[in-house]
Write a new protein. Structure first.
Length: 465
């Protein structure tokens, strides 16, 4: 951490009560409103725009275009949503101003962000860096109908998939009531939805849920991870599919099993290496895929060939400007300046990546305050870049000016002001009486007062619950 900079850590500060009582500091000022930036195990460092390496060289005009896409979704939010989430409300106000702003170039766009936001470096507690990966939109061939070559379907959302990844099934029939002679009553219970193995084995087959069929089960597996796909149909048309639901089982990164078995080193791990191993070991590859029980369902978006896929915010993504973030921590539409040395121009992490990004998507593996998946576009080149992205990165969160990130958190009371030197000197020169002496030698005055007072009768009223 840079010396002299104030760091806010989202952890409860514990103070010794005895020391506070001794110094007359046990009382606390009224609690302040809760900090809307409160994130678990997260640290913040206030910085200036000049502290951001690459800020002046970036093309904020391109970032502004991505930001205004998010604004269109944010401006549809209700007043209740703005009140419930102060950061969302602050972004709403900035978006109102962005709607009336038409920057001509990067300089004017940069001035807009500098005028309406303040930069805050954000990272997991105890480390200055976060973690970056990449994703892309696959392009594959497929058919609308099952054929001898195309045996692996992409499914639409099943009607029996309930929120939370549950489904209702009939329980064992039981007698309804003792008075119901011979009658049976069936009831339904909620259970976890089918996992990847069950679905791959055909538990959903024949229900009319198939959108299209693919040749390669490995393609299908990676499409689930990416969340969208362009399918070139045999009739020459292009089908655009996007994530619509998930079966509720947690996502598991299968690459870790290859690392544990020492098949692929941690340094060499990439989507390409996983694919190569699965292709060389079909039976073992099938079992490896089943370790990731998560299963994704799709919808036909009807997008044209020149449109980008839709992210979780409901807006089209922008290559190299859209990121997927932890939706449980961050607000869609929040700008982040992301930097790192990444393997973009080659397989080595030598490309200096310094760009203003916008949070517009999410993913099952995207967990943490400084964790992002960068969208690189569609096709083979973005796939190669995304496949080798597993690198540390630095995050600067752009916080709207209306939100004060340095306001103390409401769950930590503010202590009274520090006592003056004179008060401290008076405390230090006092001769405190030890607890042992006070207990062994009570004063004669206290003895007389105790003898003069009549003994109190016990109040046997029932205590308040």
């Amino acid at each position: 951490m840079t010396s002299g900079r104030r760091v806010l850590q989202n952890r409860t500060v514990r103070l010794g009560s005895a020391a506070l009582i001794l110094l007359g500091l046990a009382g606390a000022a009224p609690a302040q409103p809760k900090n809307p930036l409160k994130l678990a195990d997260t640290q913040y460092v206030p910085i200036t725009w000049l502290d951001i390496e690459g800020w002046a060289e970036d093309d904020q005009h391109a970032a502004f275009a991505a930001f205004t896409k998010s604004c269109r979704a944010i401006l549809r939010g209700t007043e209740a949503m703005r009140r419930a989430r102060p950061l969302y409300g602050a972004l709403y106000d900035v978006c109102v101003k962005a709607a009336d702003t038409k920057p001509k170039d990067a300089k004017e766009a940069r001035e807009f962000f500098e005028q309406h936001f303040r930069p805050v470096r954000i990272s997991p507690l105890g480390t200055p860096e976060g973690f970056l990966t990449g994703y892309y939109e696959p392009i594959v061939e497929g058919t609308r109908e099952e054929t001898d070559e195309h045996q692996h379907p992409l499914y639409r959302k099943p009607p029996n998939l309930l929120p939370g990844g549950r489904m209702a099934i009939a329980a064992k029939a039981t007698a309804a009531k003792p008075t119901d002679k011979g009658k049976k009553r069936s009831r339904r219970v909620l259970v976890p939805y089918h996992d990847r193995a069950a679905i791959d084995d055909g538990v959903l087959a024949g229900r009319g849920l198939e959108i299209c069929w693919l040749k390669d089960p490995i393609d299908s597996f990676f499409i689930h991870i990416q969340g969208s796909v362009r399918v070139k149909l045999d009739d020459g048309k292009l089908m655009r599919l996007n994530y619509v639901a998930q079966n509720g089982h947690p996502y598991v990164a299968v690459g870790k099993f290859l690392i544990e078995r020492k098949i692929v080193s941690r340094e060499e791990m990439s989507m390409r290496r996983i694919r190569q191993w699965m292709e060389a070991n079909p039976a073992e590859g099938k079992e490896l895929r089943r370790k990731n029980k998560s299963y994704v369902f799709f919808r036909d978006t009807g997008l044209s060939a020149n449109e980008e896929p839709i992210g979780a915010q409901g807006v089209s993504l922008t290559p190299h400007r859209s990121i997927a973030v932890d939706r449980n921590l961050h607000i869609y539409g929040t700008p982040f300046f992301v930097s790192g040395e990444l393997p973009i121009e080659s397989e080595q992490p030598t490309t200096k990546f310094r760009k203003l990004m916008v949070a517009q998507d999410t993913g099952g593996a995207i967990i943490g305050p400084a964790r992002a998946d960068i969208y690189f576009g569609a096709g083979d080149t973005p796939a190669d870049i995304a496949g080798r992205m597993r690198h540390p990165g630095r995050f600067v969160m752009l916080v709207p000016n209306a939100v004060d990130p340095w306001r103390p958190k409401g769950d930590i009371p503010l202590p009274r002001p520090k006592p003056s030197p004179e008060a401290m000197a008076a405390i230090q020169h006092e001769a405190p009486v030890s607890d042992a002496t006070a207990e062994a030698k009570p004063s004669k005055v206290k003895k007389k007062e105790a003898a003069a007072k009549p003994a109190k009768k016990w109040n046997r009223r029932k205590p308040r619950s």
